[in-house]
Design a protein around this ligand. Structure first.
Ligand code: SF4
Length: 675
């Protein structure tokens, strides 16, 4: 019998679409967009409709627990029972704890699914009680932007994306909307039909950049200089809203002293753009009201990333763009939801003095003989680190350590799970209930399972419930049902829930996370929650945490001449679904014709791309969509697309950005030659 059931796409994407899933005989046979979430309005990206059925039911699906019988990474496993798997994990973790203490165990999880239960609930309760090392996941992606936002405005929501339809000027800054923020596009188009201009700032001439009234193709990592130059030009043109600044902005003089240090000509030289374009951006931004800026994630992935985003966030404060529909910044959506992480994850269980390790440093820590205690066991879930971590070769060397005990849990067999000693089959989000806030829009959703768990797969919550029981954790919080976990995940007294317990929220319609019934608008119904109560261009919060009171600019020093960027693809969501697209082969390397000519390279040539960290080989695509000196390939391809077991993350350095100790993928510098 065919039935249609509501669900939600939980992948690492800002849009969080509502879905209608067609199920026949407990199998997913079709997926389409639903209107339950008005923002996503029945439209899905092209990445998912065909991929989801294959992801859930295909050859890569994990259906039983497994134990490694081959060499690490070789991929040979034998089937075991859940009881055997739990016993094995218990025995090995207990041995590690006896010899080195619980902090020698590290959960290595990220954001494969964004459901609140699958993403961080019973799992965190378990690891917190165990006393395992804590993992700071945020630096891998999104942490820099979030910290820049909190430092400037506090933990408050910016305008929801729907507001951009009211703007007279839309700026997509480092946001490849058509591939990674799809539902923003019709709203921008609506604004443009009403006469708005579109500016795109992106090193690459993306699809949306081709449609823009102005495209500024800056060098990667120079956003802070561009934004400073726009600020200084706004001031020269009399475009500073003095009354707003006087009342609502802290740190104006300190910020502007830095901004004035860059003339249009200076900025043009550093950013590799035309001074006239910088002037035009300042002129249009100063004149247009409302003006909305949407900032993507790519521009945070460099050592100046936090500074770049902070300088962009300063522009609407300087020019007085807040307080009107369609004005300000499309950002901070995750602060629109009444999350209660202290109740869900129970950080109060963490033993005092427990260390926190940065996710991007895990490879280094695994190989660090002086780390005390050493990492002796890791638990990989919701994550495919050998594909996505910077300096991936180092991480892989760490995972190859013979004395390391590795547990992995996932929906499908990934490149990383091949290194595991024990593999646990996780249920996909179609197989369990969950709550879905979003990080790119303001609609709260809930979903029930649409099919049963496949094979012996279990939801993450149940996996860690069983583990907690096996370790003798008898407190009732470790046997909480999924419904109870949902009620712990959100504030049930939040008036927007209308008195409905979170686990009973409707699954056929999303709930608007408004402010008193209206869409959030900073300086209309939302005020900054910074220590000063103002927009902090000089941030006390960031000064205290990172010594970063103000944005700063540092060029990347490297003996390699080409800047390599690795944005999201139009096939995968980071690495999710990568196993389904291995037959596509590796993504191409795009290069400007002049750079190709200088190296004697032809279109279609197989090239080697290398630096001190590694080497990859890709087909060359010569394209003037990139500026000279910048090459581009797409992140997330699985190792099977590579002939030497390395993908682009092997070339990305693991140093830290200016705030959040964040990842700097786009600081990769490389050379390219024919194979
Ligand atoms: S990946 Fe993003 S755009 Fe695509 S269906 Fe999922 S939430 Fe929607």
């Amino acid at each position: 019998m065919r039935v249609e059931r509501p669900s939600v796409c939980p992948l690492d994407c800002p849009d969080t679409c509502s879905l209608t899933v067609t199920v026949e005989d407990d199998r997913i046979v079709a997926i389409r967009g639903s209107h339950a979430n008005p923002y996503t309005g029945g439209v899905l990206c092209a990445k998912v409709p065909e991929a989801y059925p294959a992801f859930v039911h295909g050859a890569g699906r994990l259906r039983t627990p497994l134990r490694r019988v081959g060499d690490r990474g070789e991929g040979r496993f034998e089937r075991i029972t859940w009881g055997e798997a739990l016993d094995l994990i218990h025995a090995r973790f207990t041995a590690v704890i006896d010899a080195h203490g619980p902090q020698a165990i590290l959960p290595l999880n990220y954001a494969g699914p964004h459901g609140m239960l699958a993403g961080g609930s019973m799992d965190l309760r378990f690891f917190h009680k165990l006393g395992a090392s804590l993992l700071d996941r945020r630096p891998l992606c999104g942490g820099i932007r979030t910290e820049a936002w909190v430092g400037t405005f506090g933990p408050v929501p910016g305008i929801p994306p729907e507001q951009i339809a009211h703007a007279r000027l839309c700026v997509a800054w480092g946001n490849n909307v058509t591939w990674s923020n799809l539902h923003l596009m019709p709203l921008i188009n609506r604004a443009r039909k009403a006469g708005a201009r579109l500016v795109v700032v992106d090193p690459k001439r993306t699809v949306i950049a081709r449609q823009a009234d102005l495209h500024i193709a800056l060098r990667p990592g120079t956003d802070v200089v561009l934004a400073w130059a726009v600020a200084a030009e706004l001031e020269r043109r009399g475009g500073i809203d003095r009354a707003f600044v006087e009342r609502h902005v802290a740190g104006f003089d300190e910020f502007m002293a830095l901004a004035r240090g860059f003339s249009l000509a200076d900025a043009a030289r550093v950013c590799g753009v035309n001074a006239a374009d910088v002037r035009t951006l300042a002129e249009w931004y100063g004149a247009a009201s409302p003006a909305a800026i949407s900032v993507g994630n790519g521009l945070e992935r460099n050592q100046n990333g936090g500074s770049g985003i902070r300088a962009i966030f300063a522009l609407p404060a300087l020019a007085g763009k807040f307080g009107v529909p369609g004005g300000g910044l499309v950002n901070g959506a995750s602060f629109a939801f009444p999350k209660t992480p202290a109740r869900l994850a129970r950080p109060d269980l963490v033993p005092e003095g427990t260390r926190t390790l940065n996710i991007i440093d895990v490879g280094r820590h695994l190989l660090d003989a002086s780390l005390a205690p050493p990492i002796k066991a890791i638990f990989v879930y919701n994550h495919n680190p050998v594909v996505v971590h910077p300096d991936a070769n180092r991480l892989r060397r760490g995972l190859e350590r013979a004395d390391l005990f590795i547990v992995g849990a996932d929906v499908v067999m990934t490149d990383s799970l091949r290194y595991a000693d024990v593999i646990l089959p996780a249920a996909s989000h179609f197989e369990h209930a969950d709550l879905y806030p979003a990080y790119g829009q303001h609609w709260l959703q809930r979903a029930e399972p649409v099919i049963s768990p496949q094979g012996e797969a279990l939801p993450n919550t149940e996996i860690f419930r069983r583990l907690a029981a096996r370790f003798g954790f008898s407190d009732p919080i470790f046997s909480a049902s999924d419904a109870e976990l949902m009620d712990d995940a959100l504030d049930p007294d939040d008036p927007r829930l209308g008195g409905v317990r979170p686990h009973r929220l409707a699954t056929d319609r999303a709930l608007a996370m408004t402010v008193g019934g209206e869409e959030a608008i900073l300086f209309r119904n939302v005020v900054p929650k910074t220590p000063s109560g103002k927009v902090e261009l000089a941030s006390t919060y960031l000064e205290r945490k990172y010594g970063a009171r103000l944005p700063r600019w540092r060029p990347v020093e490297s003996r390699y001449p080409l800047a390599l960027i690795s944005p999201a693809s139009d096939r995968r969501i980071t690495s999710t679904f990568g196993g389904l697209h291995v037959a596509d082969g590796p993504p191409p390397l795009e290069m400007h014709p002049d750079d190709a000519h200088a190296r004697g390279l032809q279109d279609g040539t197989r090239v080697r791309i290398w630096n001190d960290l590694g080497e990859i080989r890709l087909p060359l695509r010569i394209s003037d969509a990139l500026p000279r000196g910048v090459v581009c390939t797409l992140k997330g391809a699985w190792l099977a697309t590579s002939d030497n077991g390395q993908t682009v993350s092997a070339l990305c350095p693991a140093h830290h950005a200016d705030i959040s100790e964040g990842a700097c993928f786009n600081d990769a510098r490389v050379e390219v030659a024919a194979v």
